[in-house]
Ligand binder design. Sequence first.
Ligand SMILES: [Ca+2]
Ligand SMILES: [Ca+2]
Length: 241
Amino acid sequence: MRTRYVRANSAARRLRGFTLLEMALALVILSLMMGWLITPIRVQLGLQKYQQTDQRLAMAQQALLGHAIIYHYLPCPDTDQPPDGWENVLANQSCASDEGILPWGQLGLAATDAWGRFFRYRADSTFTHHAQWFSVAAAENATNIQVTGDAGAASSNASRPAAIILSHGENGLGGIQSVSGGQTYAMAAPVHIDEQENADGDLAFVDKAQQQTGSAVFDDRLVMLSPKVLIQQMVQAQRLP
Ligand SMILES: [Ca+2]
Ligand SMILES: [Ca+2]
């Protein structure tokens, strides 16, 4: 009787031990599988946000063209703090500043990129005066804004757009974050030299593929409005001679 009891007891213990080992193994396998699954999902979500941001930038570009065709000038940047989505124009009909936030409300666009940060917008003053409309000659000679592939390469073949719209990318550095309830806060300053160029408020910008230099990341997204395209569209719409 006693022997049988001991045998049965040890068999039960062995069974219990085996089950625990199995459970541990199952947990290890499960956590590995979760890791494999979650990583691609994370990558996919990241890509989706870039795609969404690129779409919004393309729509903003079209909206600027449409605005120029209707009103004969580009809108001024929104320079309110916090931004309200509407341009800031001075009494003399010029812009309060050539650079600020894209006036999304006025253009009927989404307020921010896919990460919830407002789009930076700079327009050449040639194209933004609300009373003195630009001529074809003035548009062709507008060379204020310079977009290059890398900072410091401004002398070699810079593009000279009429305006640029910029998303500060996934890291958002140099941008303004929109928080629900109308709250906003400034993001930290950029680390990458070319992101610094995009956030310093001057006439030079950098447009290139994502890049990591040490711990500094370049992930900005930029679209330009070409003066040529602008003139072409306005002539077609009979808004320019
Ligand atoms: Ca960035
Ligand atoms: Ca700059």
